[in-house]
Design a protein around this ligand. Structure first.
Ligand SMILES: Cc1ncc(COP(=O)(O)O)c(C=O)c1O
Length: 483
C-alpha cells in the first residue's frame, strides 16, 4: 500500500517525523480494528498456506527496506491467517482469553514511554503504580496489608519465585551454597494435577526435577491431603528436606481447587512454606459471589495470580505476592554502583528474578481502574454462567462432565459410540468453527472447554454443543459435517 508522500526509509524509518507517525498510527489502528472484525467471524484456527508464507518470509532479506505501512499490513495479514485466535468468541481455550481493551491501551502507552522498571529512581510513577496494584490484589485476596510482590512474565516465573523464597526461608545458607546447604535433598509438594512447569522450575532452581513430589489426588482432581501428610513423613524418614507445599487453586485442565485450609494447616504444623498457585483461579477474588471458594488463600506465604489468564490482560503478565517482604528481599538483593537506586523491599531489580523490566502492571491497573472489582466480578460470573449453560446443553445431548469445578471449565466426556475425545477435538479444530483442547483428567481423556472469553455469547455455546455432537457423530456411518 503506497502513500501519497515518499515514505521514510533507512535510519529515518526507525524514528520518523511526527506527521509520519500520526499517519501510520491511524493506519495501524484502522487495520487492526478491521482485522479484529474479520477474525471474530472467520476461522478460529490458522488458514495460512505455510509453504507460501515461508517463501514470502524468506523474501525479507533485510537488504532492501520496505515502507513501514507495507511491512505492517503484511504482518497483520499473516497474523490474521496464521494464528489460533484467542480473541475469537468460540475460542474455548487454555484460559488465555481475549485481552481487555484497557490492557491493549496500556501496552501502547508502555511502548511509547518505554520505562525501565528496574528501579524506582528511573521510573517512580510506574513502580508506584505496580506496587499499588499488587497491594490491592493482595488485600482483595485477604493477605496482610504489608504484603509485597511484583509483576512477572507469567505464572511460571511467579511459581519459580515462590520456590526460591521457600528455599531461602528454609535455609539461610541456600543463597550462598545452593542445594548443597541442605542436610538432605530439598523437596516440595504439588498435586498430580498441578502445572508441569514445576518440573522446569525444580530444574532451574538447581534442586533437580526429582525434587518435585506429585501427590496423589482424591479422584476429583484435588490434592489428597492425607496422601500429602504421608508423603512428607516418608520423605523426612528417608532424609529429604521438605521445603514447600504448593496448592493449586484452579488446576490447569479441570479448574479444581486443592483443599487450601488443609494444605495451610499441614504446612504450618510442619514448618513448610505454603504457596498457592492461583494462576488461573485467582480471578475469583473479584467476585463477591465466588471468592469464598478460595478460602485458605489468605493464609498463604505466597500466591501466584496470572493477570493474563482470567483477568484477561495481554500476554506475559503474572503476579507474585508474598506476606514476607524480608524473604523476597534476601532472595534477590544485590548491590551495584551503576544502578541509580537500591531501595530494599521496593526496587524491582532487588525483589524479583528480572533486572530490566517492562511496565506490565499498567495493563491490570487500567483494566481495574476502568471496570473496578465489580466489573471484573461480573466478567468472571458471566463466564461461569456460560459454562453452566454449556453443561446443561451437553447433558441434554448425553455428554457427561467429569469435573465439578467452580471455575468456567468443563472436562467433557462424549457419549458412548462418539469416538475418542482426541479425534473429536481434532475434527472441531479442522472445522475452524471453534477451539477446544483434548486433555487428561484423573487419568482419563476428556475434551476441555474453558469459557473465559469475555465476548463469548450463549449462541457461541450452542454452536459448540452442535459441533461436539456433529464431530462425535462423524464416527457414525453416513455422517457429514455440514457447511
Ligand atoms: C495452574 C497454573 N499454574 C501455572 C501456569 C503457568 O503459567 P504461565 O503459562 O503464565 O507461565 C499455568 C498455565 O496454564 C496454570 O494453569
Amino acid at each position: 500500500m503506497r502513500n501519497h508522500r515518499e515514505p521514510a526509509t533507512g535510519a529515518k524509518a526507525l524514528f520518523p517525523s511526527a506527521a509520519d507517525r500520526e499517519r501510520w498510527d491511524d493506519l495501524l489502528t484502522r487495520e487492526l480494528a478491521r482485522a479484529n472484525g474479520r477474525v471474530s467471524h472467520g476461522s478460529v484456527t490458522p488458514t495460512l498456506d505455510l509453504a507460501s508464507f515461508r517463501r514470502e518470509l524468506a523474501g525479507f532479506d533485510f537488504r532492501t527496506p520496505l515502507p513501514l505501512d507495507e511491512a505492517m499490513t503484511w504482518a497483520i495479514t499473516q497474523l490474521e491467517h496464521g494464528l489460533v485466535h484467542v480473541t475469537h468468541p468460540r475460542y474455548f481455550g487454555l484460559s488465555n482469553p481475549a485481552p481487555t481493551f484497557p490492557a491493549q491501551c496500556a501496552d501502547r502507552i508502555a511502548a511509547v514511554f518505554n520505562p525501565q522498571l528496574a528501579t524506582s529512581a528511573t521510573s517512580p510513577a510506574a513502580v508506584e503504580i505496580e506496587a499499588h496494584v499488587i497491594r490491592s490484589v493482595a488485600q482483595r485476596a485477604g493477605l496482610p496489608s504489608k504484603s509485597v510482590g511484583h509483576f512477572t512474565t507469567g505464572g511460571s516465573e511467579a511459581n519459580y519465585t515462590a520456590l526460591i523464597c521457600a528455599l531461602t526461608e528454609s535455609n539461610p545458607r541456600f543463597g550462598a551454597e545452593g542445594a548443597r546447604a541442605f542436610d538432605g535433598p530439598p523437596v516440595f509438594y504439588v498435586s498430580r494435577e498441578s502445572h508441569l512447569a514445576w518440573l522446569k522450575i525444580a530444574h532451574q532452581v538447581g534442586i533437580g526435577r526429582s525434587a518435585m513430589r506429585m501427590v496423589a489426588t482424591d479422584g476429583c482432581g484435588r490434592m489428597d491431603h492425607r496422601a500429602l501428610r504421608d508423603t512428607i513423613a516418608a520423605d523426612r524418614a528417608r532424609g529429604c528436606v521438605p521445603v514447600m507445599i504448593a496448592a493449586t487453586a484452579g488446576t490447569t485442565n479441570a479448574g479444581m481447587i486443592d483443599p487450601l485450609p488443609a494444605c495451610a494447616e499441614i504446612a504450618r504444623s510442619l514448618g513448610l512454606w505454603y504457596h498457592v498457585d492461583a494462576a488461573w483461579g485467582g480471578a475469583l477474588i473479584a467476585s463477591e459471589r465466588m471468592r469464598h471458594v478460595l478460602a485458605g488463600i489468605e493464609q498463604a506465604d505466597s500466591v501466584t495470580i496470572d493477570a493474563h489468564k482470567w483477568f484477561a490482560t495481554t500476554m506475559g503478565c503474572g503476579m507474585f505476592i508474598t506476606r514476607h517482604a524480608a524473604v523476597l528481599s534476601s532472595a534477590f538483593q544485590v548491590s551495584t554502583s551503576f544502578m541509580p537506586s537500591n531501595v530494599v523491599n521496593f526496587d524491582p531489580y532487588v525483589t524479583s528474578v528480572q533486572w530490566s523490566r517492562r511496565f506490565l502492571g499498567l495493563r491490570l491497573f487500567l483494566s481495574l481502574a476502568a471496570a473496578g472489582w465489580a466489573g471484573y466480578g461480573k466478567h468472571v460470573e458471566r463466564s461461569i454462567e456460560l459454562a453452566e449453560l454449556l453443561k446443561e446443553q451437553l447433558a441434554a445431548r448425553g455428554f457427561a462432565i467429569a469435573n465439578a469445578s467452580p471455575l468456567a471449565v468443563l472436562c467433557i466426556v462424549p457419549p458412548p459410540g462418539y469416538g475418542d475425545p482426541r479425534s473429536i477435538a481434532r475434527r472441531i479444530l479442522a472445522s475452524g468453527r471453534a477451539w477446544v483442547a483434548a486433555a487428561d483428567f484423573e487419568g482419563n481423556e476428556i475434551i476441555r472447554a474453558c469459557v473465559t472469553n469475555g465476548e463469548t455469547t450463549a449462541d457461541d455455546v450452542t454452536e459448540l454443543v452442535n459441533l461436539l455432537q456433529a464431530c462425535g457423530s462423524q464416527t457414525q456411518p453416513g455422517f457429514r459435517l455440514s457447511e
